[in-house]
Design a protein around this ligand. Structure first.
Ligand code: FES
Length: 143
C-alpha cells in the first residue's frame, strides 16, 4: 500500500485535433513521440468548431481523465469562423463540468498551427501534467 501511494498516475487524455492545423502539427511533432508514458488518444476532427459538448462529455464518460481541444489560431480557421464557435462553447462546457462535479481544468482549449510542432508537444505535455496533478477522474467523481 505504501508503494501504491508513490505509483505515478498515468492520465488518459483524449485530444480532439483539427485536421487543418493541430493534427498536422501533431503529425509534424510525430504522433509516436507524444508525451510518454501518458496515454494520449488523438481524434481527428475537421474543425475545432465541430467538437460538440456531447463529444466532450462522451470522452469523459468513456474514461478520459482529461480532454484537450486543439484548433487553428483565430483568423486561420479553414471554415473562417469555426473556432469562434469553439471559443464560446468550451467555457460553457467547462461550467457544465463544474456542475456535475468534474474539475473544469480537465478540459483545455488551445490553438496549434501545422507549423507549431514544438508548441503541440509543449501544450500536450503541460496538459498531461495538469491532469496528472488532478488525479484519476474516477476518484474525483467518488468524492
Ligand atoms: Fe481548424 Fe476550424 S479548421 S479550427
Amino acid at each position: 500500500e505504501v508503494f501504491a501511494m508513490t505509483d505515478a498516475f498515468e492520465p488518459k487524455i483524449i485530444a480532439f485535433l483539427c485536421n487543418w492545423c493541430s493534427y498536422a502539427g501533431a503529425d509534424n511533432a510525430g504522433i509516436a513521440r507524444l508525451p510518454s508514458p501518458a496515454n494520449v488518444l488523438p481524434i481527428r476532427v475537421m474543425c475545432s468548431g465541430r467538437v460538440s459538448p456531447e463529444m466532450i462529455l462522451r470522452a469523459f464518460r468513456s474514461g478520459a481523465d482529461g480532454v484537450l481541444v486543439l484548433g487553428c489560431h483565430i483568423g486561420d480557421c479553414h471554415y473562417i469562423s469555426g473556432n469562434h464557435r469553439t471559443i464560446k462553447r468550451v467555457p460553457l462546457v467547462r461550467n457544465l463540468l463544474g456542475y456535475v462535479g468534474i474539475n473544469p481544468d480537465r478540459l483545455r482549449l488551445d490553438w496549434v498551427s501545422s507549423a507549431e510542432a514544438p508548441r503541440f508537444a509543449q501544450v500536450t505535455q503541460e496538459f498531461v501534467e495538469t491532469v496528472r496533478s488532478l488525479g484519476p477522474i474516477a476518484e474525483e467523481m467518488a468524492r
